[in-house]
Write a protein that binds this ligand. Sequence first.
Ligand code: ASN
Length: 311
Amino acid sequence: MLESLIHSNSQNILTSHSMLILQIQTEALKAIHDYLYEQNLIQLMPVMLSPITDPLSHETSDAKITYFGQELQLTKSMIFHKQLAIASSNTKGIYIMSPNIRLEKYDKRDSGRHLIEFSQVDIELREVNSLKFMELIEGLIISVINRVKEKCKIGLENLGVSLRIPARPFKIYSSEELKKKLGENFEKESSLREIDPFWITDYYREFYDKEDPKRPGHYLNYDLIYPEGFNEALSGGERDFEYKILLRKIKERHQNPEIFEFYLDEAKEGKLVASAGGGLGIERLVRFLTKIQHIRDVSPFSKVPGEHYQI
Ligand code: ASN
C-alpha cells in the first residue's frame, strides 16, 4: 500500500516516496514545455477568474466570488479564452498550464481520478482537424514517456514501474462501437483491455465541440484514454464557431445564451475561427506514469471530491 503523502508532522509533508513521484512530475512538465516549444506553440498564463467558464457536460457546483458587485467564476477550463485567443492572432497554437477548480459531486469521490483542484495543459490549434491535434498529442505523450524513462530510472525502479513506448498512430474507436461491444461502462472496460493509450471519438457533450456537418448528431470530438484501467487522460474536440450553430446548441442543452453574451457577440461578428484542442490532466498523467492507483497519492495537498481538507 502506498502511504499517504500528508503526515501530521508538517516537516514531513514530502516523504522520500513522494519525492520520487514529484521528480517524475518535474521531468514530465519539462518534457511538455520543451515539446510544445519545439512545435512553435505560444504559452499563455492561466486565467483563474472570469464571468464565464466551461459549462462542462457533467454536473458540478459552481465556485464563485463577488468582486465590486460582479460575479466571477473560478475556472473549470479555459475553453472560451482559448477560442478567443486563437482567433485573435495568426499563431499556430497556444497552450496554458491551467489550474482548474471543479466542485465535483460526491459520486466522483472513489473514481480514483478526480480532484476538485487540478491542473491541465490546455492546448488549442488554429484551423486544424481532429487528426492533426491527435498527432500532436501522440508525439507529446511519447516524448514525455521517453524523457521519464531516460531521466527517472531509479525513481521508476523504486516504484516498480516499467513504461512502454506506445506504438503510433494510437488506435481510434468511436464511442458508439465501444458501447455496442462493451456496454455503458465502455470507457473503463476498454481502458482495462488496452496496453497503449487510445482515442475514443464522438461524444454528445458541451455545445462548443463541433457537430459533424455531414452526420448531424455526431461530434468531431475525442478523449484520449490511458490503458490498464487508468482511464481518461485528455478530452477535447474540433470547435463550432459560427454564431447560429453555437446559439442552437446552447439552447438544445437548456443553457442560457445571455451568460455567454461576450463570446457569442464575437461569434456573431465572425471573429471566431475553426480550431481543435483539448486538455491533458497533469495529475492524471503523473498517476499513469507512476502507476499509482488513487490520484490522491500523486500530489501533496490533493483534494478528493466530498472530503474535508486540513490545508
Ligand atoms: N480543455 C477541454 C477542451 O479543450 C475542455 C475541458 O477540460 N472540459 O476541450
